[in-house]
Design a protein around this ligand. Structure first.
Ligand SMILES: Cc1cc2nc3c(=O)[nH]c(=O)nc-3n(C[C@H](O)[C@H](O)[C@H](O)COP(=O)(O)O)c2cc1C
Length: 305
């Protein structure tokens, strides 16, 4: 049986699959459930300084087998009310990665300190939400902003910092390089792809917010291209995310350069059982290809060019 365990920024993971931020992460019980079902680790919903209700409904539109469009508006309980959820998730034994979002580097720094104090193994900085005014890409969409935010956080915490960058740019590797310069231990790519659906009968956008973010199988080639390009420019490990729903998708990301993976939409659609299925499929595929350790496959597609 192939070895699926990987190490990400000093954290040992039993397989490469992490629960992506925003999928069930508001509740500690559901984070724990994802771990028990086979996720190697779980990433919390992006948490901010204050509670936020998010945007009015409709916030999600399904595209069937293509994936989904969402504009949730970063709903979250706020950092003051979040410690008990992290505690519940940690009690399951799960490596918990705390995701935070903020409107400035200083606010990122303060929030990161508080999240780190809860016992999470690493932080993920949401520099990439495509639809929340004043947050995400609006504060972390350019290399200087990414570098400044990452540096501020790295200076204030002792755990690894993962910068989650946007695909909604002409130069994703430049954002990853900026994260590396700022001291990030890893970079995750991608967040959702900015997208729109229009209801022609109502003559208005389908989502109440208008623009949203596309996720699921349709964005896999976009995520793969970002990971591929980033691998050629940065040395820190890459966490691949975007449209992973089969073991073969996972291996594509690894061969393109990802060391670990996040799964969002597939889990939202299928339930936590997706984690066990993905691990089984990946393991069988590695056996079929004669690859003994997943870690040996990281970036191999580059050598073949
Ligand atoms: C409903 C929904 C909510 C999300 N919320 C967050 C979030 O709070 N923070 C974040 O960094 N990414 C968030 N994301 C993005 C996912 O973590 C992931 O980057 C993206 O969906 C691509 O992966 P997937 O195709 O496996 O879903 C969200 C995605 C969805 C579908």
């Amino acid at each position: 049986m192939a070895e699926l365990g990987v190490e990400l920024a000093g954290v040992r993971l039993r397989n490469p699959f992490l629960l992506a931020s925003g999928i069930w992460g508001e509740s500690g019980a559901s984070l724990a459930g994802a771990y028990r079902a086979g996720a190697a680790g779980v990433i919390t919903k992006s948490i901010g300084a204050a509670p936020r209700e998010g945007f009015p409904n409709p916030t999600i539109e399904s595209y069937g087998s293509w994936g989904m469009l969402n504009a949730m508006g970063l709903p979250n309980p706020g950092i003051d009310d979040y410690p008990k959820e992290v505690e519940i998730a940690l009690a399951s034994g799960a490596p918990v990665i705390g995701s935070v979002f903020a409107g400035s580097a200083e606010e990122f720094g303060r929030l990161a300190e508080r999240m780190a104090a809860l016992g999470v193994v690493a932080l993920e900085l949401n520099l990439s939400c495509p639809h929340a005014e004043g947050f995400g890409t609006e504060v972390g969409g350019t290399p200087p902003e990414v570098e400044r935010i990452v540096r501020e956080v790295v200076d204030r915490v002792r755990i690894p910092v993962i910068a989650k960058i946007t695909p909604n740019t002409t130069d994703a590797p430049a954002l990853a390089l900026a994260a590396e310069r700022g001291g990030a231990a890893a970079v995750s790519a991608i967040n959702t792809v900015r997208a729109l659906a229009v209801d022609v009968r109502l003559r208005r956008p389908v989502l109440a917010h208008g623009l949203g973010g596309l996720s699921g199988p349709a964005v896999k080639p976009v995520g793969l291209a970002c990971v591929w390009q980033i691998f050629e420019r940065v040395r820190i490990p890459i966490v691949g995310v975007g449209g992973i729903s089969t073991g073969e998708d996972a291996l594509e990301y690894v061969m393109a350069g990802a060391r670990a993976l996040e799964v969002g939409t597939a889990v939202a659609v299928e339930g936590a059982g997706a984690f066990g299925r993905l691990a089984r499929e990946l393991s069988a595929l590695l056996d079929e290809l004669g690859i003994a350790r997943l870690a040996d496959a990281v970036g191999v597609a580059h050598a073949a060019r």
